[in-house]
Design a protein around this ligand. Structure first.
Ligand SMILES: N[C@@H](CCC(=O)N[C@@H](CS)C(=O)NCC(=O)O)C(=O)O
Length: 208
């Protein structure tokens, strides 16, 4: 299998799961040139990561789908039993982060993709910042007073929350100042050996 990723991106979340279950996969770093290329468009028409190609040439995109498929296929303690309340809560967290936090972050860091006028872009950037904080406030609330977002054990939800907590270092006020519960959770996630291996592979430093 091949996982196409960019360092720091949402693709690090499925990469952690592949690494954690010991899957036989190749991590392919996608440069700006490859991302924009026709070759990559054939893999991912939206020119985004992650993209997972399986050994039969099958394609899966969407971080959450790849995480859930990997955890279920290989067996993982990062995914609760499918008939449990915790499973539903885990999907709730994943879906919320992917559908609310992620687009808000995109609007904040790349407002130029949404409008050509620079004055409008400045407004959109600020709106993205506000939407990001509204979503992060909710996720941080789920983390308050707990070790993990769901139940008593680390799950896929914590892995994606870790990626987003790192993104929040690029939004004012930053995660470490504004969201102490999420910040502590992100640092706990980094104690997992598979997460350390992914940071090494993609060339990023652990959180201080
Ligand atoms: N809904 C998709 C979003 C994928 C996405 O936005 N990927 C970003 C990285 S986090 C990307 O490839 N950005 C490159 C670009 O848009 O130029 C998912 O969760 O996998």
């Amino acid at each position: 299998m091949k996982l196409y990723y960019r360092p720091g991106s949402c693709a690090m979340a499925p990469m952690v799961v592949l690494e954690d279950v010991g899957a036989d996969y190749e991590a392919v770093a996608v440069s700006d040139e490859l991302l924009a290329s026709d070759d990559y468009e054939a893999i991912n028409p939206r020119h985004q990561v992650p993209s997972l190609i399986n050994d039969d040439g099958g394609l899966m995109t969407e971080s959450v789908a790849i995480m859930i498929w990997t955890a279920n296929s290989y067996g993982s303690d990062l995914i609760p039993a499918p008939d449990s309340w915790d499973y539903g809560r885990m999907v709730m967290c994943l879906n919320f982060m992917a559908s609310q936090e992620h687009p808000a972050f995109g609007l904040h860091i790349r407002p130029f993709r949404f409008h050509d006028d620079e004055a409008v872009q400045a407004d959109l950037k600020e709106k993205g910042r506000q939407l990001w904080h509204a979503a992060m406030t909710r996720t941080n609330g789920w983390a308050e007073g707990r070790q993990w977002l769901v139940g008593d054990a680390m799950s896929l939800a914590d892995v994606l929350a870790w990626v987003h907590a790192r993104w929040g270092l690029r939004v004012e006020p930053k995660t470490n100042d504004a969201y102490p519960a999420l910040w502590s959770l992100a640092k706990r996630v980094e104690q997992r050996p598979s997460v350390g291996r992914v940071l090494d592979k993609v060339g990023l430093r652990p959180l201080g």
